[in-house]
Design a protein around this ligand. Structure first.
Ligand code: AHM
Ligand code: MG
Length: 343
């Protein structure tokens, strides 16, 4: 029966086994993170199934509510948020949650508290839901100082203090990318017939330099000088190299996933209208910057390393440039040589 083994992989590494193996390397680990990650996985499977059925189930459309940023919510946003909030609370391993969809942080009731804090965007890229383009969930996990007395300060921590982060992309396949402990960045693809995420992209390393830039060029009118110069150089390189290709989905998860695998740069810069850019620090910029750095890339705000920023508010925004190491070096040089004169 050797021919069966040739065409059907039988050594499948599920995400559950992978996380268990990882955590068993830490003798002091109590299994809390493993249990919490199992609940992340459950939430992702549920949302993936809801996204796939959305058109059929007539789940698309407005729920008649607006979220914290005053944007219209889709039904899937509401549903995804409920699914993840309930999953995290019922894991018994969290004491505080910060979601893009909730104005205030959620403090878990004392009897269900654990030592982790989850920051998350349950369904990012919501403007892409109605046309079936890739959307995703982004999450980061912090450790609380004292699980019995969680305080807002516990979550207003720089991104470099994250203990785990990841995203799940609901696209042509459902892919979960995760980094915990010392495991590197690993990608798992949902096998719908098994209902399991299988390790398909072990130890992802971002190419040192890429050929793609990704940005909403519709905002170019309001860009500062270093951003404008960088994009100009992508199109009209001065060093004789070929111009870069432009790819922009408008879903951060999809744009960052492509950047992680193919290399290049993804940016949502500051501009004259939005001096802090658009993306939220805690649950968009930090988790993605953490993954990109762990894969060998860099993440920069225009002033500093993104993961060094200390948030003052839970829904704070920050500009971000993230991607291949060499590409981020270029934008850093442009900002450094502008000496703060970015007009
Ligand atoms: P959302 O949280 O309302 O979905 O907004 C975040 C999304 C990101 O996924 C994406 O990178 C960005 O907004 C796109 O913004 P724009 O349409 O301004 O280019
Ligand atoms: Mg979002």
């Amino acid at each position: 029966m050797d021919h069966v083994a040739d065409t059907h992989r039988t050594d499948l590494m599920t995400i559950t086994r992978f996380v268990l193996n990882e955590q068993s390397k830490y003798p002091e680990a109590r299994g809390d993170l493993t249990i919490l990650l199992n609940h992340v996985v459950l939430g992702c499977k549920f949302v993936c199934s809801a996204v796939n059925k959305a058109g059929l189930a007539q789940l698309l459309g407005l729920a008649g509510e607006t979220n914290v940023q005053g944007e219209e919510q889709k039904k899937l946003d509401v549903l995804s948020n409920e699914v993840f909030v309930k999953a995290f609370i019922s894991s018994g391993r969290t004491c505080m949650l910060v979601s893009e969809e909730n104005e205030e942080a959620i403090f878990v009731e004392p009897s269900k508290r654990g030592r982790y804090i989850v920051v998350f965007d349950p369904l990012d890229g919501s403007s892409n839901i109605d046309c079936g383009v890739s959307i995703g969930t982004i999450f980061g996990i912090y450790l609380a100082k004292d699980k019995d007395n969680p305080a807002l300060d516990d979550v207003l921590q720089p991104g470099k203090k994250l203990v785990a982060a990841g995203y799940c992309m609901y696209g042509s396949s459902c892919t979960l990318v995760l980094r915990t402990g010392s495991s590197g960045v690993n990608g798992f693809t949902l096998d719908p017939s098994l209902g399991e995420f299988i390790l398909t992209h072990p130890n992802i390393k971002i190419p040192k330099k890429g050929k793609i830039y990704s940005v909403n060029e519709g905002n170019a009118k309001n860009w500062d000088a270093p951003t404008a110069k960088y994009v100009e150089d992508c199109k009209f390189p001065q060093d004789g190299s070929s111009p870069k290709s432009l790819r922009y989905v408008g879903s951060m998860v999809a744009d960052v996933h492509r950047t992680l695998l193919y290399g290049g740069i993804f940016m949502y810069p500051a501009d004259k209208k939005n001096p802090n850019g658009k993306l939220r620090l805690l649950y968009e910029v930090f988790p993605m910057s953490y993954l990109i750095e762990q894969a060998g890339g860099q993440a920069f705000t225009g002033n500093q390393r993104a993961l060094d920023l200390v948030p003052k508010k839970i829904h704070e925004r920050s500009p971000v440039f993230l991607g291949s190491y060499d590409d981020i070096e270029e934008i850093k040089k442009l900002y450094a040589s502008s000496n703060g004169n970015n007009e």
